[in-house]
Design a protein around this ligand. Sequence first.
Ligand code: G16
Length: 559
Amino acid sequence: MDDERRSLLLKFSTLFPPPPGVKLSYGTAGFRADASILQSTVYRVGILAALRSLKTKSVIGLMITASHNKVSDNGVKIADPSGGMLSQDWEPFADQLANAPDPETLVSLISEFVKKEKITFDRAHPAEILLGRDTRPSGESLLEAAKKGISSIVGAVSYDMGILTTPQMHWMVRARNKGLKATESEYFEQLLSSFGCLMDLIPNKSNINEIEDRLIVDGANGVGGEKLEVIKKNLNGLVIEVLNSGKEGGVLNEGVGADFVQKEKVVPHGFGSNHAGIRCASLDGDADRLVYFAVPPNNSSKIDLVDGDKILSLFALFIKEQLSILEGDAKGKNNYRARLGAVQTAYANGASTAYLRSLGLEVVLAPTGVKYLHEKAAQYDIGIYFEANGHGTILFSEHFLCWLESKSQELSSSSEGSELQKAALRLSAVSKLINQAVGDALSGLLLVEAILRHMGWSIHQWNALYEDLPSRQLKVKVVDRTAVVTANAETVAVKPPGIQEAINVEIAKYPHGRSFIRPSGTEDVIRVYAEASTQEAADSLANSLAEIVDRFLGFRSSQ
Ligand code: G16
């Protein structure tokens, strides 16, 4: 690195000293911590984004969000050229950058890395970074730190895309690198036109009249509700009412939002028995997660939760149906048997995995974090991945989309208006509606709504696809969460020694018991999951594991 670059880096980095005594890690979805200690980290991630752009000669995204975390937290993550998460082989460098104790160490780390990765500085091809943030009050000043980090690399340019959902940022980066226009209006346009196309293809239009056309959405007091307000008036056949939009004075993710609804299984703030019988959905703070729920008519705060596993099941059923229609083209010249697979995590309810297998799908497990699920889903012609918490999407391979395109052409001349042609058109519309870069609550919601109308199903009929095994999730604060190390897609704890044996003894006490622990990658806690044949048994198994965590790791307090 030449002297001009070195001195610019040194000059700016002295303005962003790291917080003393804090060690941060890139984690499940980027760096997350209390916003007050993140200036230096975000500044350094700005540098990282510029280097990543130079290395890949592509546009990179930098998003400031802490998604489901409390409002006082914030975070930062990178969207790679494909629109997916930062390549995992750059995560150790991200950790080193964030934790470099002083400007000199930081600059020599960067220098060595630039050399090792053969990153070249070419004034004709500067680094380009799209910037976005969610609605957190700390976002604005953190964005300034990111801009400083980017401009610490000579010639790098950033474009502030404003307040966005995280999936919008991933979508924009993907679109830009494909040479397409990538503004928010193009994103909305793609969602609206593909949703409209699916609605036009509904086989029995009377289905639409049989189901409630109203959907009440809990916006988590975050960015998702705001964006839904923009598009809702253009959705024919769907009436959306947004509660907890953030305008009513509620706090982001506090007693609201997909994480709260899925974990606590109670109505979010603002919902009550007046919503009984109406389909309800909940987004998380940056609208990358989606769950549905129904409020029971009996004034109880408990809800019927329709989680990410059920969204996955609904999508799988619909796609399988369309593929089966196409596979039945007896006269077709250009037939193909697509490989359809589902990816879940250890949190997936056992009943959902059994249901997906009963549909004939291959089901594989990945560790928590969409970066792991996405990678596995990309190995199929159509790979559907979902975490139980509502984070997921459907990936279509280029190979499959090329085949679908040529099949559609064949059908448009041989079978215009046939069921075969409609199946091809539906799959093509799904591939445009559903975000190919990352899980997206807005596009997921529109796909759920279109499929429910296609099936003529109420939320209760959808929920009855299978019955969830009772489960419980807890989080336990410990002194050092990194003391827990897991294997086999987080189903086994290999460290600290002896903990898995203690867990096994507890699990053996419960019929159909299944349970695991894992360190969170977004909060400073150990997570506990338990499943058993009754709710009491699942609660008791989860509590026993929390006590084991306490015994092995030093308990502070549980929530
Ligand atoms: C992020 C990740 C998800 C993950 C969740 C919880 O979600 O994108 O894949 O399931 O964190 O992770 P952990 O259990 O490690 O804390 P979000 O919506 O917060 O970005």
